[in-house]
Design a protein around this ligand. Sequence first.
Ligand SMILES: *[C@@H]1O[C@H](CO)[C@@H](O)[C@H](O)[C@H]1NC(C)=O
Ligand SMILES: *[C@@H]1O[C@H](CO)[C@@H](O)[C@H](O)[C@H]1NC(C)=O
Length: 375
Amino acid sequence: MTTALLVLSFEGLPLTAGHDTLFMCDTLCCANTHACCPALIADGPRGVRPVVVCTLYYNWSYVGPDGEEHWHKHYPFCGGIFQSPIDIHNDILQYDSTLLPIELVGYNLSLTEQFIISNNGHSLKMSLPPTMYISSLPFRYTAAQLHLHWGNRHHPEGSEHSVNGKRYAAELHIVHYNSDKYPDVATAMDKADGLAVLGILIELGSFHPSFENIFCQFANVRYKDQTIPVTGFNVRDLLPERLDEYYRYEGSLTTPPCYPSVLWTVFRNPVQLAHTQLVALETALYCTQENDPSPLEMTDNYRQPQEFDERRVRVSFRQGVVLSVVLASILGVLVIIAVACCLIRKKLRGKKEDDVNKAVVYKPALDKEEDISNV
Ligand SMILES: *[C@@H]1O[C@H](CO)[C@@H](O)[C@H](O)[C@H]1NC(C)=O
Ligand SMILES: *[C@@H]1O[C@H](CO)[C@@H](O)[C@H](O)[C@H]1NC(C)=O
């Protein structure tokens, strides 16, 4: 069984501003068939012939026979290079003074505009407008959507990126596409310089009022394919205060099709959610549709850390990283001093014993024995 993922575009025109160009469709459909998703096609600009490109996407999940160890069978990129997430640990870090603070434009969404929160069967997602972008990267990366990854009530550790082996409670991803080069996120998502994702680690702590703009909609998007429009709020408030301290590396989408197209920015400082907020996230949603006879809770929707051979994570901040280098150096020097001391002491003792040996007259046989014990 497969589900079809429609990539819709209208001849010569970019897609409706601010909305995802990816629509899930229950029916199997073929290229240039208008049979599925007629409503979406009807929404197209007048007088413009819609072009429907259907790509067949196989079901995937985080558990069971469609779990992540099987993703690569239908999505070869998932078994390929530059995969995400990763464990960010000291050995792979490299300070880079050219990493400027992240600059965000249009993150304070208009109160008069509406944005769509949806349950896509894998996560909770919110559409973002093209007026929102990152301005501090070599290209303009325009926002497309944000979504979350989390654990479960009994094991609330569901971040995708981990730091020195520590998995956080949850993780927010804000997905942007290279709008200087590509017309929409669907076109950009399989290009090497196509996407830039901001990763925000979430830990247990104090109540975070801004997340309520999303979380207060849980009841309306409990089941797969449910959507609800919400009014704008300041998305900047979901990010940590400091936007100048982050990890940067080249990786991939953490869900199928796992395209290696993401310039990752994972902020060093986590944001906090209250216990009640985390539990709400971990218990509110289902991967299955409303009438499904075997409902599946949406929990543990994170991918395991991927191999990171011969790749480097660049860091924008010195503190901590340099400290660990300094500590390692000091430790190295101490070890060398200790070894040197040992050798000198041994040599001195050897010399002393030699002196003693010289002072005492031994018979030849005994002399040999002493030599051996000195080696
Ligand atoms: C794939 O997903 C569709 C729609 O959610 C579902 O009807 C179908 O049973 C799934 N197939 C498998 C093999 O799980
Ligand atoms: C965000 O926009 C709202 C409404 O337009 C405004 O009242 C608020 O002061 C803005 N917040 C910031 C931090 O600029």
